[in-house]
Write a protein of this length. Structure first.
Length: 182
């Protein structure tokens, strides 16, 4: 009779998938509530009013770190790649905290421009939102696989995560610019 012993790696992966799914769902529900169900009280303070610019700067920083991390791993500079990617995750986490804070305190700003730019803005915004929702579990899965030194599976998901995360970071800056400077 053969007794199978549970593989600790598969148990860890199963637990990680559950944590990633719960964290992603909580983040998506919180952001969804803030965007569609929450009505903030009163006006925004100057500090809160500065958060959209901070968010755009954090998105731009994330984009630069992602590109640098990609270029570094292509040169096989693993430690520098890891530092850039961890920094990109940290900056994106700061962005999420700032974004949630802004929308909790100030709500959303309507797009005021008219003409041909309006459908362009809404297309960029819609793709940005959809892919931002997808990036949460993708980025966490990519980081988990790297942390576990499962580099074959890490590369497999990173090939999707990097371009989508980069798109979300760049379009975040673009949405800010269109919303506040057009």
């Amino acid at each position: 009779m053969r007794v199978s012993v549970p593989d600790s790696r598969s148990t860890d992966d199963r637990f990680a998938r559950q944590v990633i799914a719960v964290a992603s769902a909580v983040i998506l529900l919180l952001v969804g509530y803030l965007l569609f169900g929450h009505r903030p009280q009163g006006g925004a303070t100057p500090a809160v009013a500065a958060l959209p610019l901070l968010n755009a700067c954090l998105n731009a920083t994330s984009a630069v770190l992602l590109v640098a991390g990609f270029l570094l791993i292509k040169r096989r500079l693993v430690a520098a790649h890891r530092a850039c990617m961890v920094a990109a995750l940290a900056v994106s986490t700061l962005f999420l905290v700032s974004y949630v804070t802004y929308h909790a305190l100030a709500g959303s700003r309507p797009f005021g421009a008219h003409g041909w730019i309006r459908p362009v803005y809404f297309f960029v915004l819609l793709t940005h939102i959809v892919l931002a929702a997808a990036i949460v579990p993708l980025a966490l899965t990519t980081v988990w696989r790297a942390w576990r030194a499962d580099f074959v599976r890490h590369r497999r998901v990173a090939r999707w995560t990097l371009p989508l995360w980069l798109y979300v970071s760049v379009t975040g800056v673009l949405v800010y610019w269109m919303l506040y400077h057009l």
